[in-house]
Ligand binder design. Structure first.
Ligand SMILES: *Cc1c(COP(=O)(O)O)cnc(C)c1O
Length: 476
């Protein structure tokens, strides 16, 4: 008990420091430094037990050399923030240490999951929240579920006979969609060549040239389109595919429509912003990650399916040691056979607890605030000297150091600009004061990519980030 109290002390200290802007975001070390061992902290496993004092040191140092993703100056990737209620939920979940596969061993959590999924389906706009769903280990897996269920709906015999029982199936997605769709097509045996990447239009708004593609493809005999993915909030640019336009085509040709709202699904909670997902209620399935924009601690991702029974039909194997049909309770609550996993982590409790504590209204405020901060950043750099932006939903931008501003556009400028974001980021990580993501995209040179999903962020944190970029980048 004494040990546990001391661990709690370490954790609460960490939480306190996470919100303290004078604390660094990270204390960077190279892999070889950590592997060689820091003072009093060694990663090697040994034959003899360590003392509890040493175990406490190990706990403290593990946090010390990690990254404070909840720090208000951490802007690196899609999941950030440290929600205190969510954190408490995660602690309780680990303490309960149970498994989602049956009502038998997770009665309360199973009901919470059912109820929350229904609520999410109501928010999507499916009548009475009818349908199905499950929490999965992340958006990539949720997207894979959608491809699996689409195939099962149209070619159920594949479950038993394999892909040879189906014609040559093709899938569609936009070139800016998440790579997990491509991964699903490889893993599930479609083959990445049978995933057709749709070009987006010049404005980068992801308007889909689906009709054109559909005509081309169906002209080739033996091609059978089964699945279209529309992205609601693309990972890099934050662009939204026009769901209604895509749904018209899918309905006409009887193709499964999936909406990947892993990133943008959170906008459904906001009356002001949910119009970006107009038409989502026409989707056959939706991926929605509360662990991204809604700030729920990792991991928390849902796959929602409009038609009931498909998940079960597609994945059930009826293992006798878990899913006995003659239990004393209503065994339709044993949701485990819908999953591709056997054991499944309890991801629902922290989300349910956050929803309880904030109310639906609280999530709406959270989303509105994050988008307002992105807008603030957008306006701050829009007309500022030394910045250019490819688009503005996620804020993507180039910082152009003074030495490059006078260079004419051309290969030399491109090559030098390409190195600017990685160099600034490396310096940032060495000082540990803030952290932001960057990347290349297509033929574009490396640019910074900024999103806010942490409600602890203020305008001054954004000002700080820009000051750091200019401080570190001015002499490049
Ligand atoms: C992040 C993301 C995913 C993958 O989600 P994970 O939870 O990281 O597996 C899928 N689609 C989109 C659009 C995303 O932004």
């Amino acid at each position: 008990m004494q040990f546990l109290l001391e661990v709690v002390d370490i954790l609460t200290n960490y939480v306190r420091k996470t919100f303290d802007r004078s604390t660094k975001v990270l204390d960077f070390h190279h892999p070889h430094q950590l592997l060689e061992g820091m003072e009093g902290f060694n990663l090697e496993l040994c034959d003899q037990p360590e003392s509890l004092e040493q175990i406490l040191v190990d706990c403290r140092d593990t946090l010390k050399y990690g990254v404070r993703t909840g720090h208000p100056r951490f802007f690196n990737q899609l999941s950030s923030g440290l929600d205190i209620i969510g954190l408490a939920g995660e602690w309780l979940t680990s303490t309960a240490n149970t498994n989602m596969f049956t009502y038998e061993i997770a009665p309360v959590f199973v009901l919470m999951e059912q109820l929350t999924l229904k609520k999410m389906r109501e928010i999507i706009g499916w009548p009475n929240g009818e349908g199905d769903g499950i929490f999965s280990p992340g958006g990539a897996i949720s997207n894979m579920y959608s491809v699996m269920v689409a195939r099962y709906k149209h070619y159920p015999e594949v479950k038993i006979k394999g892909m040879a029982a189906a014609p040559r199936l093709v899938l569609f997605t936009s070139e800016h969609s998440h790579y997990s769709i491509k991964k699903a097509s490889a893993v599930l045996g479609f083959g990445t060549e049978n995933l057709i990447l749709l070009k987006t239009d010049e404005s980068d708004s992801c308007a889909c040239y689906l009709v054109k593609w559909f005509c081309c493809v169906s002209a080739v005999q033996g091609f059978m389109p089964v699945f279209v993915n529309a992205t609601a909030g693309s990972t890099v640019y934050g662009a939204f595919d026009p769901i209604n336009e895509i749904a018209d085509i899918c309905e006409k040709y009887n193709i499964w429509l999936h909406v990947d709202g892993a990133w943008g699904g959170g906008l459904l909670m906001s009356r002001k912003h949910r119009h970006k997902l107009n038409g989502v209620e026409r989707a056959n399935s939706v991926t929605w990650n509360p662990h991204k924009m809604m700030g729920v601690p990792l991991q928390c991702s849902a796959i929602l399916v409009r038609e009931k029974g498909l998940l079960q039909g597609c994945n059930s194997m009826c293992a006798g040691y878990l899913f006995q049909p003659d239990k004393q309770y209503d065994v339709t609550y044993d949701t485990g056979d819908k999953a591709i996993q056997c054991g499944r982590h309890v991801d629902i409790f922290k989300f349910w607890l956050m929803w309880k504590s904030k109310g639906t209204i609280g999530f709406e405020k959270h989303i509105d605030r994050c988008l307002e901060l992105s807008e603030y950043l957008y306006h701050k750099i829009k007309n500022r000297e030394g910045y250019e932006m490819p688009q503005h939903t996620n804020v993507c931008f180039w910082y152009i150091p003074p030495s490059l501003r006078l260079l004419p556009d051309g290969e030399e400028k491109r090559q030098r600009l390409h190195k600017v974001a990685p160099k600034i980021k490396a310096m940032m990580m060495e000082c540990g004061t803030t952290m932001v993501g960057y990347q290349p995209q297509g033929d574009k040179v490396n640019f910074f990519r900024m999103v806010v999903s942490n409600p602890a962020v203020t305008r001054s944190d954004i000002d700080f980030l820009i000051d750091e970029i200019e401080r570190l980048g001015q002499d490049l």
